[in-house]
Design a protein around this ligand. Structure first.
Ligand code: FMN
Length: 194
């Protein structure tokens, strides 16, 4: 099994960094081949006018995007790890989605509608948030960060997804954080076993 981790947090001391370590060591124990893309270390998230044009005309390619697309293509399991920033992924990950999941690669417009092109792959999404479930409910935004990523992005391109959202993270105790990491391990093992 090839696992591709797409990680989007700039702080190596963050809880997201602990999640990355946990996921990596569980995958290693399970004998998975692992590639980690730590987006803040190298990725340019800006979809330029020239690049946008090339997606529609099919002319021209961008080497950095082609490299990421090859990695996605070769992966059986994609694991996204990121904090919720303004109800969605950080800009660097949003830019990755904009640039890598292109029309023609991730989905195709046809006369009968949109055809997803990344079928047969699985994803585990681990997102963390600062708000509590009660905060989200009060705002009427209970599943907004989750739905936009799972249904709006991964389902759209045909990837079967398991999603974990860990909320109230900044206020959580070290015991609660250990429980979060246990839960992640459980879900990851479940995805690997099925
Ligand atoms: C720019 C920014 C925007 C944020 N927006 C949200 C948000 O919309 N919803 C939310 O629940 N938390 C939000 N947060 C809180 C982070 O999600 C939270 O601090 C993080 O997930 C905790 O994990 P970490 O310690 O690994 O950073 C935001 C934080 C920052 C810095």
């Amino acid at each position: 099994m090839n696992s591709l981790i797409i990680y989007a947090h700039p702080n190596p001391l963050s809880f997201n960094a602990s999640i990355l370590k946990t996921v990596q060591s569980t995958l290693e124990e399970r004998g998975s081949d692992i590639i980690i893309r730590d987006l803040n270390k190298f990725f340019n998230p800006i979809l330029s006018g020239e690049e946008l044009q090339s997606v529609f005309t099919g002319n021209g390619s961008f080497d950095d995007v082609t490299e990421e697309q090859l990695l996605v293509q070769e992966a059986d399991l994609l694991i996204f790890i990121y904090p919720i920033w303004w109800l969605g992924p950080p800009a660097i990950l949003k830019g990755y989605l904009d640039r890598v999941l292109t029309n023609g690669f991730a989905f195709q417009h046809t006369s009968t509608g949109v055809v997803p092109k990344l079928t047969g792959k699985k994803a585990l999404v681990i997102m963390t948030g600062g708000n509590s479930p009660v905060d989200y409910k009060r705002l009427g935004l209970e599943n907004t960060p989750q739905d936009s990523f799972e249904k709006g992005v991964l389902q759209f391109v045909g990837i079967e997804t398991k999603l974990l959202s860990l909320l109230s993270v900044p206020q959580s105790s070290s015991e609660e954080r250990i429980k979060f990491l246990d839960l992640i391990n459980k879900q990851l093992n479940h995805v690997l076993n099925n």
